[in-house]
Design a binder for this molecule. Structure first.
Ligand code: CA2
Length: 369
C-alpha cells in the first residue's frame, strides 16, 4: 500500500473561517477527513500534517524520505518564495504533487509563481478541495505506470505523457484529450486513469496537454495543439492505428482534430458538439464564449457543423448534468444527415463516470475497438 503524506502550510488552519469565496467553506479538519477517505478509496494510507512554520514543514518533508512513498503539499504562500521547501522536496526523494485550492494564475501576479513547480510531479490549482483527491490519483497513476513527458512544441503546455507496453510493438496508439471546459485549472491528470488502463491493455498512450483559456488557448490554438500532438506521436513511433479519445471539451477537440486523415477512430465521451448551443444554454459559461473568442461558434469549431469522417463512437450519460446528452443526440443527427454513421451509446450515468475505467461502458467501448 502506498503511503502518502498530505502537508498543508501557513494559514491553511484558517480554512472555513474567512474568505470562503476563495477557499471554500470546509474547515481543515473537514478537508483532512475527506482526503483520508479519498485515499482509502484509492487504496492509499494517507497521513495529514499542517504547520504555520517553515522549519516544521521542512522537517516533515525530510521525514517523508523514509516514512512516505509520496507527498501532496499545499505550502500556502511559502509556495511563492520558499527555496528551502523546494530543496526539502528534492531531498525527500519521493514524488510530490502541489495543490492550491484557488487558481493561483488568476489572482495577484506574485501568486502565479510557484518556486516548487520545477520539483513536483504535478501542480493542481483552482479546483477547490477536490484538488487533493486529484493529487492522490496522480500519484497512484504514476506509481502504476510511469509516463515519459515529451514536448511537441515550445509552449510549456505543449507536452504529453507517453506510456508504452513492454513489448516492441507496433502498437495501436491512443491519444487522450482531457476536458474541463478548456480551462487552465483542468489538466491531463483527469484523463490519466484511462491512459494507464489502455497501456495495460497493450496500447501506446499519449495523454495530451494543450494551450487552454488563460494560457494562450481557445479557437483555433487548442485544436492546433491536439493536431500537432497527434502528428508528433505518429511521426515518432511505429503505430498500427490511431484512436483519439476526448472527454467533454476534449471530446470537441477530438472530433475536430479527428477530421484529419491520420485518425482512424474518435471515441468522444460526453462531447461538447455545438459551441453555439453551449453559449445559448449557458453550458460551462463563460468558457464556450471565451473559447470561441469572437469567431463564429456555428462554424468549424462545432463538430455538428462538420462531423468527423472516420469511425466514431460517442458515449454520453443520460444523467449528465454538466453537458446534456442532447449534445450527442444532435451530433448523431447531423452526422447521419451527412451520410456518416456514428456508434452512439447512452448509458444511465453522469459526466465524470466516463473517466473511470471500472464503469461497464468503458469495457464495452475498449473491447469493441
Ligand atoms: O490556493 C491555495 O490553496 C493557496 O496555496 C492558499 C494560501 C495562499 O497564500 C496561496 O497563495 C494559495 C493561503 C492559505 C489560506 O489562507 C486563508 C486565509 C484566511 C482564511 C482562510 C484561508
Amino acid at each position: 500500500m502506498q503511503r502518502i503524506d498530505v502537508i498543508n502550510g501557513p494559514n491553511l488552519n484558517m480554512l472555513g473561517r474567512r474568505e470562503p469565496d476563495i477557499y471554500g467553506t470546509d474547515t481543515l479538519e473537514q478537508v483532512d477527513a475527506r482526503v483520508v477517505a479519498w485515499g482509502q478509496r484509492l487504496g492509499l494510507e494517507v497521513t495529514t500534517f499542517q504547520s504555520n512554520r517553515e522549519g516544521d514543514l521542512i522537517d516533515r518533508i525530510q521525514a517523508c524520505r523514509t516514512s512516505a512513498d509520496g507527498i501532496v503539499i499545499n505550502a500556502g504562500a511559502l509556495t511563492h518564495t520558499s527555496y528551502a521547501i523546494h530543496d526539502a522536496l528534492l531531498a525527500a526523494e519521493v514524488p510530490a504533487v502541489e495543490v492550491h485550492l484557488s487558481n493561483i494564475h488568476a489572482r495577484e501576479p506574485w501568486r502565479a509563481v510557484s518556486v516548487l513547480a520545477p520539483v513536483v510531479a504535478g501542480s493542481i490549482f483552482g479546483r477547490g478541495v477536490v484538488g487533493y483527491r486529484d493529487a492522490l490519483r496522480l500519484l497512484v497513476n504514476r506509481a502504476a505506470a510511469m509516463p515519459h513527458t515529451i514536448a511537441y512544441g515550445d509552449h510549456p503546455e505543449q507536452v504529453m505523457d507517453v506510456r508504452a507496453p513492454d513489448d516492441p510493438g507496433p502498437h495501436p496508439v491512443a491519444v487522450l484529450v482531457h476536458g474541463g471546459f478548456w480551462r487552465r485549472e483542468w489538466g491531463r491528470d483527469t484523463s490519466d486513469t484511462l491512459a494507464v488502463d489502455l497501456t495495460a491493455r497493450g496500447w501506446v498512450t499519449a495523454n495530451v496537454e494543450y494551450r487552454r483559456l488563460g494560457c494562450d488557448g481557445g479557437w483555433p490554438a487548442s485544436v492546433d495543439d491536439v493536431a500537432t500532438a497527434i502528428a508528433h506521436i505518429v511521426s515518432h513511433r511505429e503505430v498500427s492505428s490511431v484512436t483519439v479519445f476526448g472527454h467533454s471539451s476534449g471530446g470537441q477537440l477530438a472530433l475536430v482534430a479527428g477530421r484529419a486523415t491520420a485518425v482512424e477512430t474518435v471515441v468522444a465521451l460526453a462531447p461538447i458538439t455545438d459551441l453555439a448551443w453551449a453559449i445559448e444554454l449557458g453550458t460551462g459559461a463563460p468558457s464556450p464564449a471565451q473559447f470561441a473568442g469572437g469567431h463564429d461558434p456555428t462554424g468549424p469549431m462545432s463538430p455538428v457543423a462538420e462531423p468527423a469522417r472516420g469511425r466514431q463512437i460517442l458515449v454520453h450519460g443520460t444523467a449528465d448534468t454538466e453537458v446534456p446528452v442532447e449534445f450527442s443526440t444532435r451530433y448523431v443527427q447531423a452526422a447521419e444527415a451527412a451520410g456518416i454513421t456514428v456508434n452512439a451509446i447512452y448509458p444511465e450515468t453522469g459526466h465524470f463516470e466516463l473517466l473511470d475505467p471500472k464503469t461497464p461502458v468503458w469495457e464495452q467501448v475498449v473491447t469493441s475497438l
